[in-house]
Design a protein around this ligand. Structure first.
Ligand SMILES: [Fe+2]
Length: 391
């Protein structure tokens, strides 16, 4: 069984005493400990108890740990549902096996293997790219419109060429430190969100069925690299996406479900304000000709982005969304996600160390001091830069 519930512990320890600070607002264990120990010892001991007794679900600490996720796909790329356009096409199915085999073997640190796309796959790409490119000029957010030409220049995006994940990953790393990892199929929300914490996006490499180039019931290469990739090259969006991933590490099943819903209404189907109008930034919209037109048609309901509401709003996965959340900006969305993350039941804090690319659990005095020293050094650099700025 996966996950734990802080609320069950709270009900076991009835009427917790008043206390000045806890590692989580609902953590009853911390409440009891702070009544008999100093603040720091109480929080450290509480976090230790949770880890020692395995109350926190496993989560990756190093990029290499994502290799374990590789083998846990919910649905492998070759297992197609009965309503998939390629379900009864043996040629398509065997090609999927061929492409997903590359992702299956992939391990951290390796170059992503190139796929030699067939004429049929190039035809699918040409239709999708040509059709969407026209609509992006009026419906996509300014970040997507700005980055797409850069992808054309640097990564070979064009109607006549299907770009390769390795080239795109190198481009993203230069822009924002994000990277791509090939994946064989659908991951669980927990595993998928964990990748975001490392600034890693799991991407499929196969294409949709040629019979319906403008429709796919699942993520495919077109969705990943036309919808998601351009935004991951934007620094503000990159930080905001990582924030969702960091909040998911070690979270309870209930909180993972909330974060998956927030992810759905932002990274997949989010809208943003732009110079008095509304534009699309969600990958599910930017990679879907029909829904991209529909979301800005005036038919669906548009409401201001609030993660607490998005977290519990139900959504359909096989039809257009009846409601979309509109954010003020990616910076504003990041701020709101950070605040929302504090309301989740997790008795410890984590940070991504950009030097080691590892996740650190801030559960000891040494680690917190180390983090404070990094901040102090950054503040010195900032002060120095401000000092040298010409008036
Ligand atoms: Fe997606």
């Amino acid at each position: 069984m996966e996950g734990w519930r802080a609320s069950s512990l709270s009900s076991w320890l009835s009427a917790p005493p008043q206390f000045p600070f806890v590692c989580s607002p609902s953590c009853a264990l911390c409440a009891v400990l702070t009544s008999v120990l100093c603040l720091f010892c109480a929080v450290a001991l509480c976090v230790g108890v949770y880890f020692v007794f395995n109350l926190v679900p496993w989560f990756p600490r190093k990029p290499k740990d994502l290799d374990a996720i590789n083998d846990k796909c919910l649905q492998m790329g070759e297992a197609l549902s009965s309503d998939h356009p390629g379900a009864t096409d043996p040629v398509y199915r065997s090609r999927r096996v061929e492409v997903t085999a590359l992702a299956k073997k992939y391990r951290h640190g390796e170059k992503i293997p190139e796929v030699d796309y067939t004429e049929s796959e190039e035809g699918v790409w040409r239709v999708v790219y040509g059709t969407l490119r026209k609509l992006w000029t009026t419906h996509a957010c300014k970040e997507h419109r700005y980055i797409l030409p850069l992808l054309e220049t640097n990564c070979g995006y064009s109607e006549d060429n299907v770009p390769q994940l390795q080239h795109i990953s190198e481009f993203l790393q230069d822009c924002t430190g994000w990277r791509l990892r090939p994946v064989t199929g659908l991951l669980s929300s927990r595993d998928f969100l964990a990748g975001l914490a490392f600034r890693v996006f799991h991407s499929t490499q196969y294409l949709r069925h040629p019979a319906k180039p403008l429709y796919t019931p699942e993520p495919d290469l077109c969705h990943e690299i036309l919808g998601h990739v351009p935004l991951f090259a934007d620094p503000a969006f990159a930080d905001f996406s990582q924030e969702i991933g960091l909040a998911s590490l070690g979270a309870s099943d209930e909180d993972i479900s909330k974060l998956a819903s927030v992810y759905w209404f932002t990274v997949e189907f989010g809208l943003t304000k732009e110079n008095g109008s509304v534009k699309a930034y969600g990958a599910g919209l930017l990679s879907s000709f029909g829904e991209l037109e529909y979301c800005l048609s005036g038919q669906p309901k548009l409401i201001p982005f609030d993660p607490a509401i998005a977290a519990v709003t139900p959504y359909p996965i096989t039809t257009y969304q009846p409601v979309y959340f509109v954010t003020e900006s990616f910076e504003d969305a990041k701020k709101k996600i950070s605040e929302f993350a504090k309301t989740l039941n997790r008795p410890f804090s984590v940070r991504y160390n950009p030097y080691t690319q590892n996740i650190e659990v801030l559960d000891s005095k040494e680690k917190i001091l180390q983090f404070a020293n990094i901040l102090k050094s950054d503040m010195n650099t900032l002060t120095d830069a401000l000092f040298h700025l010409k008036p």
